[in-house]
Design a binder for this molecule. Structure first.
Ligand code: G16
Length: 543
């Protein structure tokens, strides 16, 4: 076994987006494409002698190839040890948990999250730092800069290891330990939730349907829900991770998890439904015939956190991404705790969690988490809900309705316009930005505008500034329209339009969201001229 230095040439498209580098599998299959990115990362990181790295992914197509490639490069970098999930599998929250438990220097997550998989689908890679969370922008920007100057790759000619067998292996001088992907994560969940109470809930006949969408969440959900908590066999469906997710789009929202929604609206619907995404960090929770917005889910968890053993001492504070609804702000106010507003991207929560300023955080994009790891965590959110139902004796729907009664309902929707030619999307955003200074004080499409800006964030812990994080137009009554381009897509640009309106009047809480938001939808169109600029008559996805 020899270490090798291979010549390479840079790719100009390796700037990580909202959550790592995501591209079509065919892009990653280009000569040295993956190797270049990993080398740029390793060049930016300090010397690895004596250090441990965690490695795993969501099991999608190309995961196994990438794991073996990265192991050889990690050996050349000089890592003492790599912990890799059996079969190359680790959910994103599990990577975070393992990094923290093993005091590793960092980890590499192989996932394109909720994007479709398979040979024609997407692949992705991101680096998490020693706190278990996504690398901050200064690291990802340094990796990109390095990728532009890359001339050499350092690897070895070692053979592949037997990824499916637990145990220790050697790749050159480096130790590789193939670990059970679930064990450390499961231990952490036991330390947070009242497993006895959840067991009693299932024993009493409570019915859950958990759709793992043939993604990496399956083994975790099966082990905990069916294996430990006594949920009947068959509670977790689509539980076996497949390289193409069985052709499903593993994005847990009512559009892509339509089968789950159909079950929850059937005559014999279970009490609760849940789904997780490709890498199991996102979650959707559904009540019986009752869809819940992720923003409301976060607010409910915050309001009742003290019912859960791991959070019994109360929350230090909460955080949400800017486009996420203000429901959790209202709960925080009533609890007398701070609420932080960050840009989209889980990496922005890391400093707040590390500094002990927040305990719970979440996003409109079906992500919720806490300071137990430094990623959002799908199964954790489902266990949290189960614990709340068990401890309160209330249904999922009742818990949400009580939130609305106490704080009003933040009626919310996101409209996604996908695969817009990049130049058209950029031009639309440029036009919007240019119009911002003149908007405050005017009335557009019948809406009185109080504030219009491009959201900028100064991290309260390290003072770093992130500009241009989304255009927000806030009305005099607090309603909002936010415009952003997605940082996770792989085809053209995706324009996201986020709509929020606060409804204090309980007699109007059951109004259909799109109807209640109609004035804001008209405002968005008037401001951005989406139809004229993109030729799209309606959003590709409405959630
Ligand atoms: C990632 C980020 C999230 C973000 C989401 C959508 O999630 O971690 O913070 O909300 O992307 O981002 P965008 O609107 O830029 O597409 P995931 O689950 O894809 O890793």
């Amino acid at each position: 076994m020899t270490l090798l230095t291979l010549p390479t040439t840079p790719y100009n498209d390796q700037r990580p987006g909202t959550s790592g580098l995501r591209k079509k599998v065919t892009v990653f299959q280009q000569k040295h494409y993956l190797e270049n990115f990993v080398q740029a990362l390793f060049d930016v990181l300090p010397a690895a002698q004596g250090l441990t790295l965690v490695l795993g992914g969501d099991g999608r197509y190309y995961n196994r190839v990438a794991v073996q490639t990265i192991l050889r490069m990690a050996a050349a970098k000089g890592y003492a040890r790599v912990l890799v999930g059996q079969g190359g599998i680790l959910s994103t929250p599990a990577v975070s948990a393992v990094i923290r438990a093993a005091q590793a220097s960092g980890g590499i997550v192989l996932s394109a999250s909720h994007n479709p998989g398979g040979p024609d689908g997407d692949f992705g890679i991101k680096y998490n730092i020693g706190n278990g969370g996504p690398a901050p922008e200064k690291v990802t920007e340094a990796v990109f800069a390095r990728s532009q100057q890359l001339a050499e790759i350092h690897t070895s000619d070692s053979a592949d290891i037997a990824l499916d067998q637990l145990g220790d292996y050697r790749v050159d001088g480096m130790q590789v330990t193939v670990i059970d992907p679930v064990a450390i994560y499961a231990e952490l969940m036991r330390s947070l939730f009242d497993f006895e109470a959840i067991r009693a809930l299932f024993a009493g006949g409570f019915r859950l349907r958990f759709d793992a969408m043939h993604a990496v969440g399956g083994p975790y959900a099966k082990a905990l829900l069916e294996g430990e908590l006594g949920a009947p066999a068959g509670t977790v469906v689509n539980a076996v991770p497949l390289e193409d997710f069985g052709g499903l789009h593993p994005d847990p929202n009512p559009v892509n998890a339509e089968d789950l929604i159909a079950h929850l609206f059937a005559d014999d619907a279970p009490d609760m439904g849940a789904a997780s995404d490709g890498d199991a960090d996102r979650n959707m929770v559904v009540g019986r015939r009752f869809v819940i917005s992720p923003s409301d889910s976060l607010a409910v968890l915050a309001a009742h956190a003290k019912l859960v053993p791991g959070y019994r001492q109360g929350l230090a504070g909460v955080a949400r991404s800017m486009p996420t609804s203000t429901a959790v702000d209202r709960v925080a106010k009533s609890l007398g705790i701070p609420c932080f507003e960050t840009p989209t991207g889980w990496k922005f929560f890391g400093n707040l969690l590390d500094a002990g300023k927040v305990t719970l955080c979440g996003e409109e994009s079906y992500g919720t988490g806490s300071d137990h790891v430094r990623e959002k965590d799908g199964l954790w959110a489902v266990l949290f809900w189960l614990n709340l139902v068990a401890a309160s004796g209330k249904s999922v729907e009742t818990l949400v309705r009580e939130l609305w009664t106490a704080h009003g309902r933040c009626v919310y929707s996101r409209h996604d316009f996908e695969a817009i030619p990049t130049d058209k999307a950029d031009a639309l955003m440029l036009r919007l930005r240019a119009a911002l200074p003149k908007l405050p004080g005017t009335t557009v499409a019948g809406c009185a505008i109080a504030l219009a800006d491009d959201f900028a964030y100064t991290d309260p812990v390290d003072g770093s500034v992130s500009q241009k994080q989304g255009i927000r137009v806030i009305l005099t009554d607090g309603s909002r329209v936010v415009f952003r381009l997605s940082g996770t897509g792989t085809e053209g640009a995706t324009l996201r339009v986020y709509l929020e309106r606060h409804e204090p009047d309980a007699t109007r809480h059951d109004r259909e969201a799109q109807t209640a938001l109609q004035p804001l939808i008209a405002l968005a169109e008037a401001l951005a001229q989406i139809r004229a600029s993109t030729g799209m008559e309606r959003p590709s996805v409405t959630t």
